[in-house]
Ligand binder design. Structure first.
Ligand code: DOR
Ligand code: ZN
Length: 344
């Protein structure tokens, strides 16, 4: 039995760290496991310009413990007004290696997002020229659509027409949650890829209801049925370079999770890599973890793979019930559970 696993230093290509006290708490957790991360720009107000992204990077760098190496990559949050010149500026400053597209209203702080993809046509043309991927939150927001169908409907109604219109654009469909997404991405050309979270491979929608309603497992896209979970897990362990790691770890204080209108998001970053390792091992595919976590994402983005390594040890780790933060608490994914891997 494998007792230790050393892999090339990985990238978390979809991560929310927020700002201020929350960032101070969560950033060291990610930096202890990942060498780089795509830091999501859905702050309040969102990170829509190079200037805002550079200022955010300053705050991030100040919060990284001095013994850790960590590089944040910050996609700009596209709005109806994002100009091509802004895309070029962000690329040339080195801060962005991708851009983020939220359909307006899809998730936390997405109200100022793009209302119609036609409005950012110029930005898209610059991205194609620079080879920058568009990171898409792939859910429709029409309230008449069944909540569990939001992703599938997005693929059919928005993503497929978009890909026909701009076949040269690299696209990452973020945090996929359905078999439909897996099948669609698998059969698409090499310009389309996807990130996969630990929660969408470890949990199905029963986790929302087991033991009574559990808002800590509420996220976007919402957890799906067991057959969908299995399809996403199979994609993650398939060795297909279109599927790579992005935790979508999304911390919210307890008070904002446990209320009517509570926010979506799981805080998985505390033990993200150990959780992936556990799920890959259970599926008999531990040997597929390194490429999923450290190669495929960097390759798709067109950035260098990391040098250096991280080591996981097969030893029990108890996930804390919560962390104190800013007079409130943050409840992590699998709070109170024992998992079978930890970082060395
Ligand atoms: O569950 C989610 N939470 N999904 C997202 O896409 C956004 C995130 C957040 O920012 O809280
Ligand atoms: Zn996200």
């Amino acid at each position: 039995m494998i007792k230790e696993l050393t892999i090339t230093a990985p990238d978390d290509l979809h991560l929310h760290i927020r700002d201020e006290a929350m960032m101070q708490l969560v950033l060291p957790h990610s930096a202890a496991q990942f060498r780089r991360a795509t830091i999501m720009p859905n702050l309040k107000p969102p990170v829509t310009t190079t200037e805002l992204a550079l200022a955010y990077r300053e705050r991030i760098m100040a919060a990284i413990p001095s013994n850790m190496l960590f590089t944040p990559l910050i996609p700009l949050y596209l709005t109806d007004k994002t100009a091509g010149t802004e895309i070029r500026r962000a690329y040339e400053s080195g801060i962005s290696r991708a851009m983020k597209y939220y359909p307006a209203g899809a998730t936390t702080n997405s109200d100022s997002a793009v209302t119609n993809i036609e409005n950012i046509r110029e930005a898209i043309d610059v991205m194609i020229e620079l080879g920058m991927p568009l990171l898409i939150h792939g859910e429709v927001t029409d309230p008449s659509v069944d909540f569990f169908d939001r992703e599938s409907r997005f693929i059919d109604e928005i993503l497929e027409p978009l890909r026909r219109k701009v076949p040269d654009l690299k696209i990452v469909m973020e945090h996929i949650s359905t078999k439909h997404a897996v099948d669609y991405i698998t059969s698409a050309d090499s310009k389309l890829a996807a990130t996969i979270t630990p929660h969408h491979i470890a949990l199905n929608r029963n986790a929302l209801f087991a033991g009574g309603i559990n808002p800590h497992n509420f996220c976007f896209p919402i957890l799906k049925s067991e057959d969908n979970r299995q399809a996403v897990l199979e994609a993650a362990i398939s060795g297909n370079p279109k599927f790579f790691l992005g935790t979508d770890s999304a911390p919210h204080a307890r008070a904002n999770k446990e209320r009517t209108g509570g926010f979506g998001g799981l805080y998985s970053a505390f033990a993200a890599l150990p959780i992936y390792a556990e799920e890959f091992e259970k599926a008999g595919a531990l040997d597929k973890l390194e490429a999923f976590a450290s190669f495929y994402g960097a390759d798709f983005y067109g950035i260098e793979r990391n040098s250096g390594t991280v080591t996981l040890i097969k030893e029990a780790l108890t996930i804390p019930d919560y962390f104190d933060v800013d007079g409130d608490q943050l409840v992590p994914m699998r709070a109170g559970d024992m998992i079978s891997w930890r970082m060395a």
